[in-house]
Design a protein around this ligand. Structure first.
Ligand SMILES: [Ca+2]
Ligand SMILES: [Ca+2]
Ligand SMILES: [Ca+2]
Length: 278
């Protein structure tokens, strides 16, 4: 009986910590009027093309954002971007939408957009007003899941620089340059480091997807190089698979459908999570 209580509790805990969630991490409403406003790196400063919004999957599982929309509601509500079909963000993954132009990672100050999925707005622009803007991100069913209302911020959105959460993901919005003098960091953390560090902040070390596993293969990404010890337990605590994984893909084709607990360890980093195999 005790064991059943433990399992119910464990499931509740894991399912609550494994929810996927999309957040607005950084927005450039007002690219500077000279070439320093060239956020998309294409060599030209444009008040339309260089606007951007940086979204992050802050959950611990992959998130399918196909059909999600980004609205600008200044004066009138306009859907500025519709996320194309088959767009899946890994845990900690970044989705970076520029107003337009030809986003060129090598042309940016940082020289890269990290591992972000980079795209230009499907409507041809984001239309972010430099003041009094309210941006709404909706899921495919039209439910608002993230909102940025400029009137609630303590900083100006019309200051030739982005507003960004500080610290990334969890913090309040501030003006990017107040942290480090840099105007923006599309696809990257404020300090210019990459998404792997975002994952590190969020999940200690590991990201795993998809969950449920449907094709017998589970991808396990670590913030660190090297092999990972992987062990799979059934709900009675019996070990059903144990391996030293040297790639990012765990083959579990031979494991029966059901609910399992997956333990991944690498050095002193250990993670245990609930895994559904279909
Ligand atoms: Ca603008
Ligand atoms: Ca540009
Ligand atoms: Ca950023």
């Amino acid at each position: 009986m005790k064991k059943i209580y433990f399992l119910v509790l464990a499931f509740a805990l894991f399912s609550s910590t494994m929810s996927a969630q999309l957040i607005i991490n950084e927005v450039l409403f007002d690219p500077a009027s000279d070439i320093t406003g060239d956020a998309n790196g294409d060599g030209t400063r444009s008040p339309n093309d260089d606007e951007f919004i940086e979204l992050v999957n802050s959950g611990s599982t992959a998130l399918d954002i196909s059909g999600y929309t980004i609205e600008d509601t200044y004066t009138v509500t306009i859907i500025r971007h519709v996320v194309p079909a088959n767009t899946v963000l890994t845990a900690g993954g970044v989705y970076l939408v520029f107003g337009g132009g030809t986003p060129t990672a090598s042309g940016t100050a940082a020289g890269n957009f990290g591992t972000a999925t980079v795209i230009v707005a499907s409507s041809g622009g984001l239309g972010f007003s430099n003041s009094s803007e309210v941006i709404i991100v909706r899921d495919a069913s039209g439910t608002a899941i993230a909102t940025l209302d400029a009137s609630t911020l303590s900083v100006s959105t019309g200051a030739d620089a982005s507003v960004t959460r500080s610290p990334d993901i969890a913090g309040d919005f501030i003006l990017h340059p107040t942290v480090n003098g840099v105007a923006f960091s599309p696809g990257l953390k404020i300090d210019g480091s990459t998404v792997l560090n975002i994952k590190e902040d969020l999940f200690a070390v590991f990201a795993m997807y998809p969950n449920p596993v449907i094709n017998g293969k589970l991808t396990i990404i670590s913030a660190f190089n090297g092999s990972k010890k992987v062990e799979l337990f059934d709900t009675s605590g019996r070990s059903v698979l144990q391996t030293n994984l040297t790639t990012n893909v765990l083959n579990i084709e031979t494991v029966k459908s059901g609910i399992y607990f997956l333990k991944v360890s690498q050095g002193s980093n250990i993670s245990t999570s609930k895994l559904l195999i279909k």
